[in-house]
Design a binder for this molecule. Structure first.
Ligand code: DON
Length: 575
């Protein structure tokens, strides 16, 4: 049994551990964890680590090390998370970067308070609800893989806002590891190698992308090859210590706007100058004596809270991890949660009654609907993919950051501004192109989520932080479109209900159900007997190699256990 299990279920032992010396805690951790420990100096990437001072979990091992480097220099969790974010934008460029945007959930221990930062992309001012309709028909492809898919990037504005409010360092200090990785080069991970190979035909048609990710003969760079992104390094350096002015109103803005004009894009200088990240009120709900904090809309944090609420007092532990009765309950709750998600949108434009969705009576109604489902939506398609990135940081002072950021689909719009080294997002695809039309993740569009100038598209990204008796005990988040929602839910339950340690919680096979299409997606690692038990219950299954990637950190006094998802690789690095 892992230490975190014992810590989470025995408050007296938590106190005992708190009183123990650091050395004893370390020895215990070393002796009891099956997963290998890592430290910032180890050469081989490790997806699992236990440590006492701080922990960074990222879908890129290089980026996790960048974050730990900043912690070692005296930075706090916010400094480290932002350094990790900039670094992962270099080393996982197909998933995220300064051309994208995200959501950040921050816990500041000194004031025992949560903060939620929305730096999601916005629709350009010239965009219109019918901008993807051609000859009377919605053309979904226009919202991605091209210039009309590009939303106004929020990444730099978000990083700057968080750094100025809670960080202790200047932008250039936290950007230094990213600049080094981009300028000197980094070794392409297995995951990135596969993405480059798959997307090679599309990368070929973009001068900036082919320059960085293809060899001179046009063949794709592979896992293990060194990738150098000199122009991105120069852009990061050029942002100086006033990155917002330089990115949104300075030279970067001028180059972005010129590129847009030359390629028929909508984004203008006014779009960039007007972009603002939003500090929003985090949302919260209880689960079995824990307090779960999440991002409000346009994130899908509320969906995870509703689902957890519906499973509260469900005596899940008695059913067993990934037992067929547990999974059946999960499927029904997910289905109803995703039906409720259709009401979600940018709250600055549409009244999302999030407080109503989180009332006990509504959650009881969801539980009731889940137990007696009546909906039978349309035909199957798969929903697994690995764009986007999540990262988690816990520091020695008890601060925690969980953030998810993206350029949407793999390599975003498949376009880059060559002289800047910036890959453009295709976040407009997260809007409803037209009611009922599914997006890249087979999520059907609703009126609430239609395109409007300045509006943020609905997102599945949902980092969460969980507390018990007012102290953070775990954090999780993931990547993979809608499978983020179901993945975060399952990893949270694996820790909170089944008391698994972070490594096992992340590694357990998962399922995904999103109401439409009417199919339960199951990872092939789910035992065959479990799969056939679900089929006998009447569920239509689609077996996939794997779903999205979810990371986690469990937090106990002098014991941080981090796990990156082996499905995507990356690193859990402590110190
Ligand atoms: O915000 C969203 O929901 C999507 N743009 C996330 C995309 C994603 O996770 C890509 N990976 N599959």
């Amino acid at each position: 049994m892992a230490v975190s299990k014992a810590l989470m279920s025995m408050p007296r032992r938590i106190q005992f551990f708190a009183a123990c010396s650091r050395a004893i805690a370390l020895l215990l951790a070393l002796a009891l964890f099956i997963a290998p420990c890592s430290n910032a100096d180890s050469a081989a990437p490790q997806t699992s680590a236990v440590d006492v001072h701080g922990m960074v979990v990222s879908e890129s091992d290089d980026a996790a090390h960048a974050g730990v480097e900043i912690l070692k220099q005296g930075g706090n969790a916010v400094d480290a998370a932002l350094a990790t974010e900039l670094a992962v934008g270099v080393t996982n460029p197909a998933a995220c970067g300064i051309g994208g945007g995200g959501f950040m959930l921050i816990y500041i221990a000194k004031v025992r308070h949560f903060y939620a930062l929305d730096y999601r992309e916005t629709a350009p001012l010239q965009s219109r609800p019918d901008m993807y309709i051609r000859n009377g028909k919605p053309d979904e492809d226009l919202a991605r893989d091209g210039i009309l898919g590009v939303g106004v990037p929020g990444e730099i504005a978000g990083i700057d806002a968080a750094l100025r409010r809670f960080g202790t360092m200047k932008f250039q200090q936290i950007a230094a590891p990213a600049e080094k990785l981009a300028g000197d080069g980094y070794v392409a991970s297995e995951h990135l190698g596969k993405e480059i190979e798959t997307l090679a035909p599309k990368l070929k048609s973009d001068p900036g992308l082919s320059q960085v990710f293809l060899k001179p003969d046009g063949s794709p760079l592979k896992a293990g090859d060194t990738i150098v992104a000199k122009n991105l390094a120069a852009t990061l350096k050029g942002l100086g210590n006033d990155p917002v002015t330089n990115f949104y109103r300075g030279e970067v803005a001028a180059a972005l706007v010129a590129f847009m004009k030359a390629h028929g894009g909508l984004l203008t200088a006014a779009d960039l100058a007007n972009y603002r990240p939003d500090w929003r009120d985090p949302i919260h709900h209880r689960y079995e004596g824990y307090d779960v904090y999440a991002m409000p809309p346009p994130s899908s944090g509320g969906v995870v809270l509703e689902m957890l609420g519906a499973l509260d007092s469900g005596h899940l532990a008695g059913l067993g991890v990934n037992s067929p009765p547990y999974l059946a309950r999960l499927i029904e709750v997910m289905r109803q949660g995703f039906i409720d998600r259709e009401q979600y949108a940018d709250p600055s434009f549409v009244g999302v009654e999030i407080q109503k969705l989180l009332t006990d009576s509504h959650i009881l109604e969801l539980r009731e609907r889940a137990m007696h489902p009546k909906t039978s939506p349309p035909p199957p398609a798969a929903a697994h993919d690995h764009g986007t990135t999540n990262l988690l940081v816990a520091d020695k002072d008890g601060n925690v950051v969980a953030l998810t950021t993206t350029i949407n689909t793999v390599f975003g719009a498949k376009m880059s501004v060559p002289e800047l080294g910036i890959i453009l997002n295709d976040e407009m695809d997260d809007f409803a192109v037209a009611p009922g039309v599914p997006n890249a993740y087979h999520l059907e569009g609703e009126l609430a989520n239609q395109v409007r100038p300045g509006k943020r598209p609905l997102s599945s990204m949902t980092p969460i932080i969980v507390t018990k008796n007012g102290k953070p005990v775990m954090t999780t988040g993931g990547s993979g479109g809608p499978t983020i929602i179901s993945g975060v839910l399952q990893v949270a339950l694996n820790i909170l209900a089944f008391h698994l340690d972070a490594t096992s919680a992340v590694a357990e096979p998962r399922i995904h159900e999103q109401a439409a299409p009417d199919v339960v997606i199951v990872e092939q690692a789910m035992p065959a007997a479990t799969r056939s038990a679900l089929e006998q219950m009447g569920y239509k299954l689609k077996v996939v190699p794997n779903l999205g990637a979810v990371g986690a950190i469990t937090i106990a006094p002098a014991n941080l256990h981090g796990a990156a998802d082996p499905r995507k690789g990356g690193g859990a690095v402590g110190y």
